[in-house]
Design a protein around this ligand. Structure first.
Ligand code: FAD
Length: 388
């Protein structure tokens, strides 16, 4: 029988890994993808839905080509349990699937217990219904009202994402509610990504509208109010809590999240788990060095290194010893103008991790419409690479 690779999670990491295992093995490996959602909804660009220049439907795509074009068996269900000894995965629907190698890319889940009161607030940190609910709340907010967004301590999914969101909401307000305010309560000491650029843009384009408070660690929430660890209370007309995060539940429940019960340790040559043999983990769920962001671009790169390693290992070969990965994160500071941060990461055998190649990458000098064109093209390319 042909070897069987089972993939849990059809997001940026999992769908890409499924496709590339199939392509690079020239269909010699059977691939099954388990994903509960009927369609793929992109988190990248979803802040534009809050700004009003894009609809969620434009960011929603079909999984059909993964089966019709690549011969992947796609099962719409949720993985409930992994038995790493028997090499089986049990689905919520009761089906038990055997694998030779398992790839787990479940993204993040929220640690609501760490922030009591946060579970009912709109996070909009998984694109979908919460994004639409937050947009509706912004539309209903009175002019002169305050939108409050809380940011958890890093690491969290998409380091520049909250700051992009502040720009998008401010842009919407400057057109529709010019007396409204954006208040950012950041648990971190400073803006986590592209800090100087974001601050300059806030003071130039959105002067007087965006207020940024670092070192505000939100510990409790109630309807339209949050409390800091020092007991400060902040009231909001619209409250957007981005809760603290950890690896998706299936990774935590199956013991893969061995680092503080939060993130999954992997061998960066193959993305094989440091807990269970024959199980690989990638994307936002893994523990990375501080300079490797939890991004769709990185998940795509993890997926390719992992897919190549899985094909090699099932063929009795050692994985490539010198993987090199890239990252780019674009942020829309208006409908059209964009800034980026980019980096290149190479495997360092002494440190056994991926480190930034000295002199690689960098950040934009200024926001520009030219980079806006690049950003939309980046999105079209990665969607085609993941699902096409
Ligand atoms: P996901 O893409 O979240 O995929 C996980 C999948 O696993 C989901 O489809 C889920 O349904 C499925 N799943 C979970 N548990 C199970 C289970 N038990 N069984 C079966 N399936 C399961 N990144 C960029 O590179 N550029 C950007 O511009 C950018 N902008 C962003 C903006 C926002 C507002 C946000 C929130 C994120 C942004 N990101 C961006 C980050 C990016 O979305 C994530 O880094 C990326 O989605 C991670 O991929 P993943 O495969 O780890 O997780």
């Amino acid at each position: 029988a042909r070897p069987h690779v089972l993939v849990i999670g059809g997001g940026y990491g999992g769908a890409t890994a499924a496709k590339y295992v199939r392509m690079w093995s020239e269909a010699a490996i059977e691939v099954t993808l388990v994903e509960p959602n009927a369609s793929f909804v992109s988190c990248p660009l979803s802040n534009l839905v809050l700004g009003g220049s894009r609809q969620l439907g434009e960011l929603t795509m079909s999984y059909a080509a993964l089966s019709s074009k690549h011969g992947i068996r796609v099962i719409h269900d949720t993985a409930r349990a992994i038995d790493a000894v028997q090499r089986t995965v049990t689905l919520a629907g009761g089906q038990v699937l055997r694998y030779d190698r398992l790839i787990v890319s479940p993204g993040i889940d929220f640690m609501f217990d760490d922030l009591p009161g946060s579970s009912t607030a709109m996070h909009a940190w998984k694109a979908g219904p919460a994004t639409l609910a937050l947009r509706a709340a912004l539309e209903q907010m009175p002019d002169g009202g305050t939108f409050v967004m809380t940011i958890p301590a890093a690491p969290y999914r998409c380091p520049p994402g909250p700051y992009e969101r502040a720009c998008q909401v401010a842009q919407y307000f400057s057109r529709a509610k010019p007396r409204a305010k954006v208040l950012i309560l950041d648990a971190n000491d400073d803006v986590v990504s592209k800090g100087a650029l974001f601050k300059r843009i806030w003071s130039q384009r959105y002067r007087g509208m965006i207020d940024y408070r670092p070192q505000f660690k939100t510990v409790r929430a109630q309807a339209n109010a949050v409390f800091s660890e020092l007991g400060d209370r902040v009231d909001a007309h619209v409250l957007n809590i981005i809760p603290p995060q950890r690896a998706g539940a299936i990774a935590v429940q199956s013991g893969l999240a061995n680092l503080n019960q939060r993130w999954c340790g992997v061998n960066f040559l193959s993305f094989e788990s440091t807990v269970h043999a024959n199980v690989h983990v990638l994307g936002d769920a893994i523990q990375t060095s501080p300079f490797m962001p939890k991004s769709a671009h990185m998940a795509n790169q993890h997926a390719k290194v992992c897919a190549a390693a899985v094909v090699d290992m099932l063929g009795g070969r050692a994985p490539d010893a010198h993987p090199v990965l890239t990252n780019t994160c674009y942020s829309f500071v208006s409908d059209s103008d964009v800034i980026h941060v980019a980096s290149v990461h190479a495997y360092d055998a002494a440190q056994k991790t991926l480190i930034v190649v000295p002199g690689s990458g960098g950040v934009s000098a200024n926001a520009s419409a030219q980079e806006g064109v690049y950003a939309f093209n980046w999105a079209r390319n990665i969607w085609a690479d993941t699902l096409g």
